[in-house]
Design a protein around this ligand. Structure first.
Ligand code: S3P
Length: 179
């Protein structure tokens, strides 16, 4: 039975990688944010606005526990998922965890281009996003670094590049006997 969690900062490519890796490994794919949105029939932005972040984190924790029972699956999580409750311990105890790591500048650049659906940064300008990411990632890495495997990515500009990285991640997982 295989269960792999992809964790990492917003914009690290968790969903893109998860979808591709699942195809390559012939596993199912679940994106935790999408799972939450479908369950509540609301966007992540609406959940933040209407219920507040604390309640969102409670929902996220509850639904993480639910998807943690699925088998033969790649699960991409939200950027904050590992940093609340005992979510990191849950993931490490029931499956394999991969931290998709990218540098602050790459992340900030990507996030500038698609910040609207992300409540934590949607009202920030380019400079503020870079500042926020720099400070926030330092705190979050305490949790991200608990992952079993750290996989570094650089700028991913083409589909071919993503596929190359995903294939290399698959090999790493197999090499380290992590699946
Ligand atoms: C968040 C990341 C988002 C989403 C929510 C909060 C975070 O997911 O869960 O906006 O705290 O970093 P992505 O990492 O997929 O953007």
């Amino acid at each position: 039975m295989k269960r792999i969690f992809l964790i990492g900062y917003m914009g690290a490519g968790k969903t893109t990688f998860g979808r591709e890796l699942a195809k390559l490994m012939n596993l199912d794919f679940i994106d935790l944010d999408h799972f939450i949105q479908n369950r509540y029939n609301k966007s992540i932005g609406q959940l933040f606005d209407q219920l507040g972040e604390d309640k969102f984190r409670e929902i996220e924790h509850k639904l993480l526990q639910e998807v943690s029972e699925f088998e033969n699956v790649i699960i991409s999580t939200g950027g904050g998922t590992p940093c609340f409750y005992d979510n990191m311990e849950i993931m490490n105890s029931v499956g394999n965890t991969v931290y998709l790591k990218a540098d602050t500048y790459t992340l900030s650049k990507r996030l500038n281009a698609c910040k609207d659906k992300r409540p934590l940064i949607k009202d920030k300008n380019e400079e503020e996003i870079l500042h926020f990411v720099t400070i926030n990632i330092a705190k979050r890495e305490l949790f991200y670094n608990k992952a079993r495997l750290v996989f570094e990515t650089e700028e991913l500009t083409s589909k071919e590049e993503v596929s190359k990285y995903v294939a290399s991640l698959k090999e790493k997982l197999q090499d380290t006997n992590n699946v």
